[in-house]
Design a protein around this ligand. Structure first.
Ligand code: PGA
Length: 254
């Protein structure tokens, strides 16, 4: 059985104290209720990674970074390298989020390089991709998702897939309150799993977790997560509120 995963992407929210407070509250509640069925991660901003990690010494809630540069080091003002993340104890990095693609010009080519850096440093990634509204309206969503995966990810080896978590995030559903229906999510997730199967075989495709992201809330999580190819969620807005985030984790446990 695939691991269920619920990851909270805090984006550019929460200061130092607020990050630690929220992370600890989640840890306390998960400890009492989760029984380790679902992997739970939170992704604070870079400056709050170390402080948050140090407060979560029980490992019940994992801490992920929201991005990483592809180069080992050098003149890349404002960027963070894999080695810097590894040194403070980070094991998982979100890559390719649609906000990175849209506002910071992250291309498939740059993402392919980032994936190589992830593999080299034995990190794990939550790799995000998904179509914009125009693509969905034009019926191009499958083609877009296929090219995003092929261009950035499908050069890796079969063994490398143990370091990959996929996150399908239709851009039109992120932060908009509009969610893909459970049927739309399942249809795309099955398509993605099939693409992985065609390229890498069923052993890889049956073990890779595919998360859904885009306005997941406690009241829609259960139906989304009940679909056979939806293995959890990448959560933005609802991850900033303990009760909402816990509601989503509970839905993944059912
Ligand atoms: P949202 O964000 O849950 O606020 O729609 C999801 C994401 O950006 O990962």
């Amino acid at each position: 059985m695939r691991t269920k995963i619920v990851a909270g992407n805090w984006k550019m929210n929460l200061g130092y104290k607020a990050s630690i407070q929220l992370a600890k509250e989640i840890e306390n509640q998960v400890k009492n209720t989760n029984q380790n069925k679902t992997r739970v991660l939170v992704a604070p901003t870079f400056v709050n990674l170390k402080g948050t990690l140090e407060q979560l010494n029980e490992g019940i809630v994992e801490v992920a970074a929201q991005n990483m540069h592809q180069a080992e080091n050098g003149a890349f003002t404002g960027e963070i390298s894999a080695e810097m993340l590894v040194e403070i104890g980070i094991k998982t990095v979100i890559l390719g989020h649609s906000e990175r693609r849209a506002y910071f010009n992250e291309t498939d080519k740059a993402l392919a390089e980032k994936i190589n850096t992830i593999l080299k440093h034995h990190l794990e990634t939550i790799f995000c991709f998904g179509e914009v509204l125009e693509d969905r309206k034009a019926g191009n969503h499958f083609k877009v998702v296929e090219s995003q995966l092929k261009n950035a990810l499908f050069h890796i080896k079969s063994d490398d897939w143990s370091q990959i978590i996929l996150a399908y995030e239709p851009v039109w559903a992120i932060g908009t309150g509009e969610t893909a229906s459970p049927e739309q999510a399942q249809e795309m997730h099955a398509f993605i799993r099939n693409l992985v199967a065609k390229q890498y075989g069923s052993k890889v495709s049956n073990t890779v977790s595919i998360l859904y992201g885009g306005s997941v809330k406690p009241n829609n999580a259960q139906e989304l997560f009940s679909k056979p190819d939806v293995d959890g969620g990448l959560i933005g807005g609802a991850a900033l509120n303990v009760a909402d985030f816990m509601g989503i984790i509970q839905a993944a446990n059912l």
